[in-house]
Structures are given as structure tokens and as C-alpha cells.
Design a binder for this molecule. Sequence first.
Ligand code: AHM
Ligand code: MG
Length: 347
Amino acid sequence: MSDLHGAYAKHEDPNTVGITFPEHMNLLQKAFPFATGEFSGVMRELMLAGKIISSKVRRAGLVHEMGLTGRVNVQGEQVQFLDEFSNETIVRMLGTSGHVCVMSSEENADPIPVAPGYPCGKYVVTIDPLDGSTNIDVNVSTGTIFSVHERVTASGPGTLEDVLQPGSTQVAAGYIIYGSSTMMVYAARDCGVYGFTLDPTIGEFLLSHPNIKTPEHSTVYSANEGNTSSWSPEDRELVRALRDGEGPGGTPLTARYVGSLVSDFHRNLLRGGIYFYPATQAKPNGKLRLLSECNPLAFVAEQAGGMATNGAERILDIVPKELHQRVPLYIGSRAEVQYVVDAFRRR
Ligand code: AHM
Ligand code: MG
């Protein structure tokens, strides 16, 4: 007779490489009461949407689904077919799940209600459905970013108030990256950061990166240096000093910039690095969105031992005033982000 007990015993640790997301969640639930069935339900819908988007992204060149829709979104950016597809897929999955009361997306001007006739749950989800979408047509990695809060209103349909919460109150956040493999990285409050890789042969995300900790020091800096002339002299000096080995590590950093925030962030999370998108003359608040990009990645960074700031303030402490608010972002390994914070204090 086979030793089934042995097989179960191996799977008592949520960090066991190769387990599925439901197995991991079941094991976490024993230790963390936050990990309710409803939260798992939100994550399940996000991962299903991620699988559908991943399959579409991987075949986009074959089925002529790249390029522009001809529409411009609320940010004034050209909407790509895959932006729209990703947005509609996630909104449909979550909006019919019964687990959320309202959503918001980089692609929509206003909060998005649940689907008509469907019940409202206790969670609020904000998404950047396909970050880095200008890279789709040239076969460079993109990603879906998500942020999960509990609602602050008591019941019924969620409102703008539910969406406009600071990043510090997120219960979970993360991203799905469509790269050389498809990976879902998520952080849950006080639980750590976990990476699951999609095994396309079975259509499941399996735990591949348990308990991710980001290196304390950076080896890489990531910034669009094409913008150097429109940065402040102080930001120019910061990048120069880090590049030339005058930062806290005392060794020069090498440059890596994909132009997909998710991809740059993911590499830096695993290898150690700092990503900058500072204020520019044309964009005095930077380019990146607080709710759909900066907050979720700041949450992941902090849970992994890193930091995120707009220079003057911890990203997660910023109280949002509007849905599509932008902020300068400096995010990544603790030593270099602290170096940025200290430099800002001296300004
Ligand atoms: P998007 O969400 O519309 O794709 O825009 C955000 C992207 C980030 O992924 C990326 O880091 C940044 O914009 C790149 O901006 P730039 O081209 O100015 O360097
Ligand atoms: Mg984006």
C-alpha cells in the first residue's frame, strides 16, 4: 500500500515548491485568518483572467490581435487591442464573482460596478490590466498589476471612497508577468511574497518562488535616461552617483530598462535593483499611477524587504485624492531607496 500519509506530510508547508495555488492557500489559511475563502476567490478569478490573457498575448502575432483600437483612454494614451481585451476579461471575471463590491482600472475614468444582477462582496480591486502594452507589438514582456483592499463602506455597491484608500491598507497586491514564462507574484499582508509559474502543459500556476526576499543592495538601476534633460538637477545627480559607484553599495550599478514597469520591477525584485520614474518637466508628478501601479508594487517591495518612496513620502502612506493620480516613484532594494530618501531630505 502506498504511504499516503507521507505524501500529505510533505505538503504541510505553504512554501513547498510545486504545490498549486489552492493548496498553498489552504496551508496559509491555517496560520492566517485573513486568508478566507472569499480572498482565495478573488485570487482565483485574477489567475484565471491571467491565464486567458497569457494565452492571448502568446498568440497575438498569429491571430492579428496586436496594434491600436483607435481609441484613447482616460490617461490620454492610445488603447491597444490587448489592453482592452485584458481589461474586459478581468472586469468580467471579478465583476461576476460575488467577491468584489467595486473595481477600478487604468483604462476606465470612473470606478467600475459589479455586473448587473450579481452580488457585492467585501473586496475592492484596482488593476493595470496590461502594463507596458506599448511593448506588445515587439514581443517584450508585459504584465497585469493588481491591488486588493477591503471595502470601507458598509454594504451595497462599492463607491469611490472604497477605491481611494492608501496603499498601507492593501490586504494583498501583485502582478502576473507575461515573460519567457507566465508568473504570478503576490504579497499578502504579513504573509510574505510568493511567485507561481504557469505550467502551460497542465494550465495551473505552481509555486516556484517561495517566500521571496529582495537583496538589500542593488546591482541594477532602471530609469528612462532619455528623459535626463527634463529631470531635476537633483535627480540627475542621484542617478549619476548610483551609476558611478557613489551609492551605499560603493560599486557602480549597471543599467537595465525594459520600459514595462512590471518587467523592470520583477527583475530588480529577484536580483536587487532600483527603479526610478521621477518628475519630469512635462510630467511634474511623474508618469506612473499611484493606485494601479505604484501602490501594489510598493506593497510587494516592502513585503519582500525593499522600499518605495516618491522622494518625500513612503508610497504606501500617500492618501489618494483622485483615481488616476500620478506620483514620482523610486522603488526597489532597501539600501538604494533609503539613499534616495536621505538625498531628498538634504534638498
Ligand atoms: P502603461 O501602463 O500605459 O503601459 O504605462 C506605464 C509604463 C510602465 O510600464 C513603464 O515603466 C513606463 O510606462 C515607461 O515609460 P517611458 O516610456 O516614459 O519610459
Ligand atoms: Mg502601467
